[in-house]
Design a protein around this ligand. Structure first.
Ligand code: HEC
Length: 127
């Protein structure tokens, strides 16, 4: 391969890889809906109703531990983190590590794509 052709091939594959990464970060809300099935037993999405956990209505942009009518742990109230794509990703990748002492009995959501898809779904639908 001539240097110019090699360079073109390289930048093309870099562009494709970069595009794939951007898509992964954005997440697929349709896929996220199926991931949310794991949360639905404990979390209402839109009505504000309390289940085993607080409603996730309007969760993106809300401060942790502030849904009315839910008896939160002191740990999640003291954390006072604003839920956004980054903080939700941190929490869901290891709930008890991110907020030690919180009462959400749920294992880490280990797959980054699952988390990105779920967060895209919550951003769109948890209103
Ligand atoms: C077994 C029940 C249960 C499951 C399943 C569960 N959660 Fe929770 N979740 C809770 C409880 C209980 C709390 C409140 C924890 C506390 O007060 O320390 C909570 C808190 C939260 C919070 C913080 C809410 C706030 O108002 O600050 C978020 C965000 C959250 N969960 C998202 C999820 C997502 C997304 C899933 C699915 C991947 C999930 N949870 C699965 C029970 C659950």
């Amino acid at each position: 391969m001539k240097p110019v052709a090699l360079f073109t091939a390289l930048s093309l594959s870099l562009a494709i890889a970069g595009n794939a990464m951007a898509q992964q970060a954005a997440g697929d809300p349709a896929r996220g809906r199926t991931v949310y099935a794991r949360c639905a037993a404990c979390h209402d999405l839109n009505t504000g109703a309390t289940r085993l956990g607080p409603s996730l209505k309007g969760v993106v942009g809300r401060t942790s531990g502030t849904m009315p009518n839910f008896n939160y742990s002191q740990a999640i109230k003291d954390k006072a983190v604003v839920w956004n794509a980054e903080t939700l990703d941190g929490f869901l990748s290891g709930p008890s590590k991110y907020i030690p002492g919180n009462r959400m009995a749920f294992p880490p959501l280990a797959n980054p794509q699952d988390r990105a898809d779920l967060i895209a779904f919550l951003t769109q639908s948890a209103r």
